[in-house]
Ligand binder design. Structure first.
Ligand SMILES: [Cu+2]
Length: 247
């Protein structure tokens, strides 16, 4: 999982980056021959396409990127680039039409609107995070005779700080034959999963943001069982190293 892993989807993404670079150079070249604004707009659109597909590729290839960076890129950078790309294509398309004069108003207004929207969303997200940082969601309490796992941007019970996913964390030791109750509380802003090899394998468990899940089972088989997330999520890598040890 760590480092480079090239799948067919990634190859497609790589091809998209290459094509957008070629098209960008093509439109810059066209501009040097005929200095028309539409070629500048096309070049801008292809630069945005290239940057957006390159960002997606980097996110897909490098699993070790921090969740805060992944979130910023996914929530703000890529949508903004895609918006600018559409704007660039629209400008190029309307360049020689009667709507051209309207572009002088539309383009700056659209860019200003995008800037305000991104800033507004960012500030409201930062505000809601700092507002909820103090308290855990209701239902988020340690079961008597059980375990509480709090999922946040730092993994399960801050597993990043404990060297996840290379080092196992959290590790729960329980005697064979005992009943285990685990409450998993999701304080992260995206849905996460929770699975335990053998014991919690049958059904894909998903926990929505601000929700908690309590699972109970009989630890009848001895051994070390991996605790992990099985749904795609921004902090996926950090949720791959828990361990239930039945002795
Ligand atoms: Cu995940």
């Amino acid at each position: 999982m760590i480092g480079l892993a090239l799948y067919s989807g990634d190859a497609l993404q790589l091809a998209l980056v290459a094509i957008s670079v070629a098209l960008m150079l093509f439109s810059i070249n066209a501009y040097t021959r005929r200095s028309e604004g539409r070629y500048v707009a096309l070049a801008v659109a292809f630069v945005c396409l290239c940057a957006a597909s390159a960002s997606t590729l980097v996110l897909e290839l490098y699993a070790g990127i921090g969740p805060a960076t992944v979130e910023t890129v996914e929530l703000y950078l890529i949508p903004s680039l895609e918006f600018l790309m559409v704007l660039g294509f629209l400008t190029a398309l309307l360049w020689s039409s009667r709507f051209r004069s309207g572009l002088k108003v539309l383009v700056p207004v659209a860019i200003l609107g995008l800037g305000l929207l991104v800033t507004g969303t960012y500030l409201s997200n930062v505000g809601s995070q700092s507002g909820s940082a103090g308290g855990l969601p209701a239902m988020c309490s340690k079961p008597s005779d059980g375990f509480l796992i709090v999922a946040s941007s730092l993994g399960y019970n801050d597993s990043v700080g404990h060297g996840a996913p290379v080092q196992s964390w959290p590790v729960m030791d329980i005697p064979q034959g005992s009943n285990v109750t685990i409450t998993i509380c999701n304080t992260y802003q995206a849905s996460i999963g929770f699975q335990i090899v053998h014991y919690l394998q049958g059904k894909v468990e998903t926990i929505a943001p601000g929700q908690a899940l309590t699972v109970s089972f009989l630890a009848d088989v001895k051994g070390g069982f991996l605790i992990y997330c099985s749904i795609p999520c921004p902090i996926h890598l950090y949720l791959q190293g828990g361990e239930l040890t039945v002795v």
